[in-house]
Design a protein around this ligand. Structure first.
Ligand SMILES: *Cc1c(COP(=O)(O)O)cnc(C)c1O
Length: 449
């Protein structure tokens, strides 16, 4: 299997190259050159365990990785989950289900991809003998998931920039209380955007990148999307057989990454009925699906902070297919959007994806309603999935454990949500490093460590 760029200006590459590069050199995102048809496999895959299913699925894509090695990579990626099903389904009523994606080490769905990516990196280092330095910037969940995905991997040093005082206390503890001496949480004075800007400049210094073996844990890495495809397959198999083809998957989304993974699975021949994109008050995707206009707006910080984004980077992958694989059209849309902050589609093909929006004023009320009706505590991101009227059976993807957002939970239902792993963290020492958000200061710190 070869991988192509959505912008069509670089030759196809292997799986390992696509993963190692993250972003394609023409600025596009990698996709499989052709999407396989999974329909013939479904009967055999239905009875597999989560890790077996992941191995079978990944083997279709990671064709340049030895199958025995792939099996070992996959098996190690799901050992730190605290539920035997890895991605269990909870039934709230006959036509309302929740897919719990928060049983990994940092209690948010990003663990599914970053545990796997950490093991892919480790295998790559073992193959090449070249150690790497991972540098990333985070507003919370991604940094924590990346640190825990890379923790203890031989040959990896992890540097994560985050805005001091602007991530939640528990997210900070997940990054700073690991006790590991090859993990460096860098608290910067400034915003996430300052961190992101400095990081970009560091990556542009080719000589420095080569010197330290610089690598990114990019949210646009195809390995992350593919790892997320597996829980859509697993969920499809775990739904009651008589209704599974009638269930709409509701996905709390910011970057369009999570829902894209499900939509790809559907496009590969798995008969999922359809998807709903559930945004918070930062609703660029909701507006797009309602009006066909993709238009930038200010980010308004919300109670569901991991969905506070302006530009949904993974939308480019959907766009590529929506425009019938026309890379020139993708380039035109992206460049117009970059220049003007807006693109008006003449005839936007939503491909059956519907959308909803939930603002902060509604999130607390939804958490309360879901708790009163079903005895179920949803985190503020998941709450966005419970908005509005449902048409037919629904599966809401729960992207984080409620204990990560204790203030909103207490305010909504009058009682605390806790998790043992977070309680343990509260007793541990915080180790973080204050660094100026300048490329020079970051490079000096990385060289010194
Ligand atoms: C990252 C994140 C999201 C958004 O995921 P996308 O892939 O950007 O759609 C939603 N909820 C939580 C808890 C997250 O950490």
């Amino acid at each position: 299997m070869k991988y192509i760029s959505t912008r069509g200006q670089v030759p196809p590459v292997s799986f390992s190259t696509a993963i190692a590069q993250g972003l394609a050199p023409d600025g596009g995102l990698y996709l499989p050159a052709t999407l396989p048809d999974l329909a013939p496999f479904l009967k055999d895959w239905e009875s597999l365990s989560y890790a077996q299913l992941c191995e079978a699925f990944m083997a279709v894509f990671a064709t340049d990785i030895d199958r025995v090695e792939l099996k070992s990579i996959v098996e190690r990626s799901y050992t730190k989950f605290d539920h035997a099903d890895i991605a269990p389904i909870k039934k709230l009523s006959d036509d309302l289900f929740v897919l719990e994606l928060f049983h990994g080490p940092t209690l948010a769905f990003k663990d599914f991809a970053l545990q796997f990516l950490g093991n892919l990196y480790e295998a790559q280092i073992a193959r090449t003998g070249n150690p790497i330095s991972v540098l990333g910037a985070t507003s919370g969940d991604t940094g924590a998931a990346a640190i825990h995905g890379l923790l203890g991997k031989t040959g990896v040093k992890t540097f994560i920039l985050y805005p001091d005082g602007r991530v939640s206390p528990l997210q900070e503890r997940q990054m700073t209380c690991t006790g590991a001496d090859d993990v460096f949480p860098l608290a910067i004075k400034g915003s996430f955007d300052d961190a992101q800007a400095a990081l970009k400049t560091v990556f542009e210094d080719r000589a420095f990148a080569a010197e330290v073996g610089l690598s990114a844990v990019n949210s646009i890495n195809l390995a992350r999307i593919l790892a997320q495809c597996v829980y859509y397959l697993s969920a499809f198999f775990r739904l009651p057989a008589e209704i599974r083809e009638d269930v709409t998957f509701v996905v709390p989304t910011g970057n369009f990454g999570n829902v894209l993974a499900g939509w790809l699975v559907q496009r590969m021949g798995v008969p999922i009925k359809g998807f709903r994109v559930a945004t918070n008050q930062n609703d660029i995707l909701h507006r797009l699906f309602q009006t066909g206009i993709y238009q930038l707006d200010e980010v308004a910080p919300s109670l569901a902070p991991s969905m506070d984004i302006q530009v949904a980077s993974n939308f480019e992958r959907f766009l590529y297919y929506a425009e019938d694989c026309d890379s020139a059209k993708v380039r035109e849309v992206i460049s117009t959007f970059k220049q003007t902050g807006k693109y008006v589609f003449e005839d936007f093909k939503s491909d059956g994806i519907s959308s909803s929006r939930t603002d902060d004023a509604e999130i607390g009320a939804i958490i309360k309603r879901v708790y009163e009706q079903h005895g179920y505590v949803a985190d503020p991101h998941t709450a966005c999935g419970f908005t509005g009227d449902f048409d037919g059976p629904q599966l809401v993807l729960s992207t984080a454990h409620p204990a990560k957002f204790p203030d909103t939970i207490v305010e909504s239902i009058g009682q605390d949500s806790t998790h043992p792993s977070l309680e343990t963290l509260k007793a541990r020492e915080i180790v973080k490093y204050a660094v100026e958000p300048t490329p020079a200061a970051i490079k000096a710190f990385m060289r010194a460590h």
